[in-house]
Ligand binder design. Structure first.
Ligand SMILES: [Zn+2]
Ligand SMILES: [Zn+2]
Length: 232
């Protein structure tokens, strides 16, 4: 069974994302695109996960709770969880760890929290694009403790990727997957030991993936058996 996915999407909570990235718009565009599984991965916060997951109910679209964390090395790391409660707990720790630098919406963009009716119900004050004090290894351990999975993000992007900052993937970093940014090319042979996710990193609606990347899994629920993810 092919499950078409896009596991790297930003909502209007991320300062760099478009205002149109509301929970219902993300759900509806993902359905129009023919996707079966998506994840919301805002920068250093999980505050819009409850609204997006509630908005997805009855749509047939599966939403995996996620977040894109910035390590102290300024490397972006995608973190996925089986349970919303664990994702929210982790997201709170991450947000609280950010430096007390207040966002300036007119410069960086708004950081809006939504309910499932696409109404703005709050705003996050601290600038979400700053780095947390946690190392890549720290974050991997924290995510594993929460029964989640950490995946180095967009390794073929020139900024905030593990390759652009460290120049390599540390041998002792226990990760099964790396993420490739769909719009940039990469020599996949260099990363043969890893499974590969290909996502959009969408910050606006039209950038959400078409139904091209898929997992071959028996059923929708097996998506949570992360070890079974097999991406062609
Ligand atoms: Zn990123
Ligand atoms: Zn991103």
């Amino acid at each position: 069974m092919k499950l078409f996915y896009d596991l790297h999407i930003h909502s209007d909570l991320s300062p760099c994302a478009s205002r149109e990235m509301t929970p219902n718009n993300i759900i509806n565009m993902s359905i129009v695109k023919g996707l079966n599984v998506i994840s919301l991965t805002d920068h250093n916060s999980t505050a819009n996960l409850p609204a997006l997951i509630e908005a997805s109910h009855g749509s047939g679209l599966k939403v995996i709770p996620g977040i894109e964390v910035t390590s102290k090395e300024e490397v972006h790391l995608l973190c996925y969880f089986r349970e919303l409660s664990r994702a929210l707990k982790f997201g709170t720790i991450i947000y609280q760890s950010l430096p007390p630098i207040i966002n300036m919406p007119e410069i960086f963009g708004e950081q809006n929290i939504y309910n499932s009716n696409d109404e703005i119900v709050g705003v996050l004050d601290k600038l979400l694009i700053n780095a947390t004090p946690f190392s890549i290894g720290d974050i991997n351990n924290m995510v594993k403790e929460s029964k989640g999975i950490m995946i180095p993000a967009h390794i073929n992007k020139m900024s905030n990727s593990i390759l652009s900052i460290l120049g390599f993937i540390p041998k002792d970093l226990e990760v099964d997957f790396v993420e490739i940014y769909s719009k940039n090319s990469i020599n996949k042979k260099m990363f043969e030991k890893y499974k590969i996710l290909k996502n959009s990193d969408a910050h606006c609606l039209t950038d959400i993936s078409e139904a091209v990347n898929f997992f071959d899994l028996n059923d929708m629920d097996s998506i949570y058996n992360i070890k079974e993810w097999d991406t062609p």
